[in-house]
Design a protein around this ligand. Structure first.
Ligand code: IMP
Ligand code: MG
Length: 174
């Protein structure tokens, strides 16, 4: 069987939405500085592009978590693979995610970061699959709500592949 990718959100629409999100964040944080936390690896493309559209001062840090599970489903047990380099205490933190699916990874991560006393903690996700939610998470900025389909591209992978696609596509096997 071969993997087939059908375009769901075009490159133009993704780029446009990220620009809008960047402008919204710039407005909401006017007069402040934002500390973006990129959750590796899926959020890397989104974080870089978003940061370019934020007009208030931006600092960046990276975190890598792994939720045990197979390639298409996370198990909910989250392990920190790479922790942040910097202390977030007193900072206006925005966690940048590629996708909120069940919400398990994020609900764990946000709780962990909250315990480090940032001044504020917000969540910005490129994609949201609300139908799949099992764990409540408050999302402050959403790019697109999508149906319950497995998607790749713009950072999202299937078995580490397809992250580099400049659009979002649904992965199917034919
Ligand atoms: P959650 O803990 O179920 O919300 O899982 C979030 C993580 O699962 C994301 O950060 C992705 O790495 C992965 N994931 C969930 N849905 C998809 C998808 O449609 N394509 C690729 N990865 C996905
Ligand atoms: Mg991920």
């Amino acid at each position: 069987m071969a993997n087939v990718i059908k375009e769901l959100i075009s490159e133009k629409d993704v780029d446009e939405k990220i620009r809008i999100l960047g402008e919204q964040i710039s407005k909401d944080y006017e007069g402040k500085e934002v500390h973006l936390i990129c959750v590796l690896k899926g959020s890397i493309f989104f974080t870089c592009e978003l940061a370019k559209h934020i007009s208030v001062p931006v600092t960046l840090d990276f975190m890598s978590v792994s939720s045990y599970g197979n390639e298409k489903n996370s198990s909910g047990v989250v392990r920190i693979v790479k922790d942040l380099d910097e202390n977030i205490e007193g900072k206006e933190v925005i966690v940048i995610e590629d996708i909120v699916d069940t919400g398990r990874t994020l609900s764990y991560l946000l709780q962990l970061l909250q315990e480090r006393h940032p001044k504020s903690l917000a969540l910005c996700t490129l994609l949201d699959k609300p139908e799949r939610r099992t764990h409540e998470v408050e999302v402050d900025y959403t790019g697109f709500q999508i149906p319950d389909e497995f998607v790749v591209g713009y950072g999202l992978d299937y078995a580490q592949k397809y992250r580099n696609l400049p659009y979002i596509g649904v992965l199917t096997e034919e």
